[in-house]
Design a protein around this ligand. Structure first.
Ligand code: HAM
Length: 426
């Protein structure tokens, strides 16, 4: 029986992986412009990192982790997200002692969640994320949100909406949670089983329940912003002021709570504003001031970040009918006629590849017409034709595959010729 890939995973075949490479390249480019440096952390970590960091009552920890014992009986988990590992690394490698603070880090890599399979929801997916860890400032919050926002715009996705909320500090949230319990408790039997379980453990999660989204008690629930103290309100107002200055369009969403426990103050999501797309959330993030201390790092260090998946970015591109400017051409296809010329063609192909060009040749001594067809399939910009007479005269016929113009070039001048034609340099 043919073995198929695990449910919720996907093979990214060459015609797709070329898009991934383009996207990852652009993400690295914009990260550099915003002065973020790459961090690479392990794909599996101690299970405790996530149960402590992401939170014991979250869906991720309760239902979605790929956890296993290794041969040394350690409990390990395939990372479901990148923040906990990045913060662990920040603490373990004492990045807080570096002269540049805050540390501005980014990552691109696979994450794993045992989730119900759906369009845009995979069990292995690739997140690009950033984390700014160290000191805190509303300017940093605004920069992080603006980076996320501008990533979509960089790819031509204009139809997006930033939803933002402030989750305050733990004391403010405590008071708010108590108000929510009071609000929902008398009629909790009208809600789903998950919400019943959440009522005392994590009542804020009722607000973003998918099942009970339309319930009138959700609409009439107390607003977190009313429970924020002066300092938190002031901080949030500053963040919004900087977002205005940066031209980021946002909406305050009082019910935005996020699914991970580590958030404090600023929390945000970016949604696609297209009724045809079912899974609208493209990106999520926020501030996590308590997480560094929770993971036994220095008490005064704070963080903020976001993550987005490339899978959902690709779906957004598709739903907006945006074609990426992918270059699927090769520079040259070498067409050789006759055995001796074919051997010379192999050598020429190799020489041109080592000189920095993408070059393919025919391996099977096919007829000229068939070789030209293969050159077309490869989307070659030029073909170079060698036959017996070219071998004797030390020349090559170079054909522009678009204009069909042909030139005869001396073998020793071919690299210079291609340099001029393909790179525009003399
Ligand atoms: P999250 O909201 O769990 O946050 O995930 C962030 C993004 O990852 C989502 O908006 C979505 O684009 C993508 N994503 C999540 N699950 C899946 C899935 N099963 N399939 C495809 N894409 C998915 C976090 O992970 C936080 N660590 C973000 C963060 C960074 N907060 C602060 N710093």
């Amino acid at each position: 029986m043919v073995i198929s890939m695990p449910r919720g995973t996907q093979d990214i075949l060459p015609e797709e992986s070329i898009k991934w490479q383009y996207i990852e390249g652009k993400l690295r480019e914009i990260s550099k412009n915003f002065c973020y440096e790459e961090i690479r952390t392990p794909m599996f970590e101690s299970t405790e990192l996530f149960s402590r960091g992401v939170g014991d009552t979250t869906d991720i920890v309760q239902k979605e982790m790929y956890t296993f014992q290794d041969k040394g009986n350690r409990s390990l988990t395939l990372r479901p997200e990148g923040t906990a590992g990045t913060v662990r690394s920040y603490i373990e490698n004492k990045l807080f002692a570096k002269t540049i603070q805050p540390q501005k880090l980014y990552y691109v890599g696979p994450m794993f969640r045992y989730e119900r399979k759906q369009k845009g929801r995979y069990r292995q997916f690739v997140q690009y994320g950033v984390e700014v860890i160290g000191e805190e400032s509303p300017k940093i919050d605004a920069e992080v949100i603006s980076l996320a926002y501008n990533i979509y715009r960089m790819f031509g996705i204009e139809n997006i909406k930033v939803s933002i909320n402030s989750l305050g500090n733990p004391e403010e949230r405590q008071a708010y949670n108590e108000a929510l319990v009071k609000h929902f408790e008398p009629r909790i039997n009208e809600f789903c089983e998950d919400c019943n379980n959440r009522l005392y453990k994590n009542p804020m999660r009722i607000l973003d329940c998918k099942v009970d989204a339309g319930h009138e008690l959700i609409k009439s629930a107390p607003k977190l912003l009313d429970y924020l103290g002066e300092e938190s309100k002031q901080y949030f107002a500053e963040v919004l002021k900087h977002l205005d200055a940066l031209g980021v369009k946002y909406e305050i969403d009082h019910n935005l709570v996020r699914g991970l426990d580590y958030y404090t103050h600023t929390a945000f999501e970016i949604m696609i504003d297209n009724p045809e797309v079912e899974l609208k959330t493209l990106c999520g993030g926020g501030r996590y001031n308590g997480l560094i201390k929770l993971l036994d790092g220095p008490e005064d260090k704070k963080g903020i970040g976001f993550a987005l998946s490339i899978e959902r970015l690709l779906l957004a591109l598709e739903s907006e009918n945006i074609e990426l400017p992918i270059d699927d051409t090769i520079d040259v296809f070498v067409v050789a006629m006759g055995e001796e010329a074919s051997n010379a063609g192999v050598k020429l192909t190799n020489d041109l590849r080592l000189a920095g060009y993408s070059v393919q040749n025919d391996y099977f001594d096919k007829k000229m017409k068939a070789q030209m067809k293969i050159a077309d399939r490869y989307n070659a910009k030029y073909s170079i034709i060698i036959g017996q007479s070219e071998l004797e005269s030390g020349t090559l016929v170079v054909k522009d595959m678009k204009s069909f113009e042909q030139e005869i070039i001396k073998l020793e001048n071919i690299v210079d010729y291609l340099q001029e034609k393909l790179r525009g340099e003399k």
